[in-house]
Ligand binder design. Sequence first.
Ligand code: SAM
Ligand code: ZN
Length: 466
Amino acid sequence: MIDREQIGIRIGALRRKAGMSQTALAERLGVSAQAISKWESGKNLPDIDLFRELAWLFNMTMDSIVEGDLAFTQKSRERILPANVTALAPEVEKQKLLLGLAPYCSDTELYSIAKELADGNLELSLAAGIKRKEEKTERMVSIPTGALGECTLREVAPYFSKALGEMMGNTEPGLRRIAGMMSCPVCRERLLLKNKDENKRYFECKNRHRYELTDGVVHFGTREIQGELWSLFLKNYEDYLLQHYYPGNPRYNMGKVSSKEVRWQVLKKLRPHIILDIACGTCNGIKYDLQRIDWPCLVILTDLSHRVLKYGKRYFSEELVNPYVDIVCLACDCAHLPIEDNSIDMVVSCGGFESMQSKMMDGFREGYRVLKPGGHAVYDFSVVDDHNSENTKKWERLYRTLDETYHLHEQLYEIGEWKEVCRRTGYLSTEAKEIYRELPAPEDEVFPFENEVLQWMGVSVFVSEK
Ligand SMILES: C[S@@+](CC[C@H](N)C(=O)[O-])C[C@H]1O[C@@H](n2cnc3c(N)ncnc32)[C@H](O)[C@@H]1O
Ligand SMILES: [Zn+2]
């Protein structure tokens, strides 16, 4: 039996531990302060989505909140230190700190940090400010890392590791991490990150093809598809969402579960460390995951449009910041990804493949190429029910009457046909989870949707393993 009162007590304890008022927590979750008060007094339980959000916020497993594992055990992110690192730092204090940093660093980075620590070149501390109410200036107290308990260390480790990475490599950690797996989309030679002049970083291959970093985005010289101006959507992002999610729109709230949630469940289970989003656009899809990922992860956002990524980059480094995630943006054609074979743990596409229009299949094959063996492609994709059914036949007929520029891809697929495409591409297995099925065709002979031609098709989330 679920003990509401005990769950409430635990929620209250976690909230106080996080230093939040009921109102602050309510704001974070988008509920009323009364709702929080009702949970904490055991009158009500948060619904499942909010529960997940709470667990994420407090860095707990849902189980430990529900089951009342009294120690409130946090999710384990333990790793053992490589031998060469331990040798450099035999002291318990230093090892404790390095263990805290380990999940966020590569072994090489960890080694350089240990080396600097051993040489006495680094001092890490936590700064805290104290200020009398009526005084203007704040007194700063510096707490040496040796004095920090394990829990605090764990909480600050992602911040330390980011700062340390920047200090040592002089570049963003994400860029350093991706540098080893980039290849020139023109000649396929390795791309190296050059930063002779700190402000002008660029990637270059040995044939001197050069790709500069502009506004934090690696620019492969691509531009938006003529006439599409996807990035304008972002300028009025709220409007864009409204356009798509108004109740008269058939896609509004369709499906019992959203494709975002289905994808997130897969992500959470597989815990990939390197994710590539194909044709990420306004990041409406991956944003859901970027709010939830709680393991060290590199997320590579790719899109044709430099402008769309430029806004995205700013959004994810200033507004929606997840300390576990390093973001890298590549303005490139996803039909020629500037990434080496077998280097990505998970390729995601939130309606991205279809957006590539005539290049859809090239993008799909590229996704396969860059995946590591054993890696997964997780993407939502539009499918028709059955070419022989009267409903699908009518839709297909109307679809073909549209202006040619509306044709996103040559062929419309049933689930089974698409699975066969995956098999031919090389995937070992493909599972489909239906989000919603094809809409009923209209009574008359007019195609009812102005520019969202795929709205009438069904949507499934496909998970394919390489
Ligand atoms: C509607 S968005 C896709 C939805 C997006 N994944 C999301 O979650 O919000 C379409 C994007 O596809 C991009 N796109 C179209 N063709 C592309 C290509 N060949 N390579 C990369 N991106 C492409 C467009 O620039 C646009 O930003
Ligand atoms: Zn080249």
